[in-house]
Design a protein. Sequence first.
Length: 414
Amino acid sequence: MKVAFHTLGCKVNQYETQAMIEQFLARGHELVSEDEFSDWYVINTCSVTNLADRKSRQYIRRMKKVNPDAMIAVTGCYAQISGQEIYDLPEVDIVIGMNEKHLIIDYLEKGEKAIHILPYEKLNRYVETGKVVSMESRTRAYVKVQEGCNRFCSYCIIPYARGPVRSRKVEDVVGEARGLIESGFKEIILTGINTALYGEEGIETLIKEISNIPGDFRIRLSSLEPTVVNADYVKRLLKYPKLCHHLHLSLQSGSDEVLSRMNRRYTRDEYLKIVKVLKDFDPCYGITTDIIVGFPGESEEDFLDSLDMVNKVEFCKVHAFQYSKRPGTKAAQFRDQIPSPVKKERSERLISLGDRPFLEKNIGTVRRVLFEEDNAGYTDNYIKVYVDEGPMGEFADVMLDEIYEDGLKGHIVI
């Protein structure tokens, strides 16, 4: 049978889609593009915002139009939270919850309309979606290490969608990473819903074990949450030379008052202490972040605190989000919801700060670049670098010369 996938949302979803794809290929089914005629279509959904829910419904309708007789299976966060709502859509045949993804191929092969969702209290163990042995990129590979979150930020629906924290076995993570490295991948990205919550001893356990695998490769963390880690924790990670000098460290707001209402469990000063550890270690350490604008009750002064943090930290990338009310979260009940025009205006001001200060700081330095194209790749501190010609799929040291397009232009140092 022919099967097509469409994936929305985070890197965890991308990893899980790849794991499902490999299940189908192992049983002899044929993978086709989502725009092609297919017997089965699988939509791996996101539910982080109302917009993500709407996009999921749009893709469901779009795929059904390609082949009206196809079976449509829907999984992911939106499926877990709003399974019955999705199942009631006329285009949908099967809805599969978070801990049932590994069974998706069995459900489609049976060909029966059904809804398969475990309640929150039964999402209490890590279930392998399947072992990943390949990725669309031949240079970077994601490895999922944990599932779930117990932080319950007041704006976030994901803990309800993904369930409580559970971690993958060390030997399974390391074994998968080893196989990917041996097959030629040069960068292993450890990802999860909240990677800082991995295991009893923390993510350092995995970094240490994977670092011992022979080969020329590097390790990147998809994110660490300041709701979990502090400056001392981060300092321990800096002793591993294979770990990239880049962290995604979600800020969400520069205002202590807003952080408190968000239930983020840290202050701006505690966040800046983590940044200081990283910048003392490497002045060009790359830090990416998320910032929500227009959170209920956010004053102009609160927003200026966020702009101030962007200027202080000199992020290499800021992902700006306008607050989206999510039914079922505490913040959805807050008063003082911010009007959409104000959220839009603040988002534009935030985005306008850009990443130029960080890029300028890197000019004149030499960074190791992994080339994913003949003339472009990423540094360890997460800058896209362009050269006249680079070694596709390999590392090279590059002198960074000038700002260019969405990154920097440089030349390879022989």
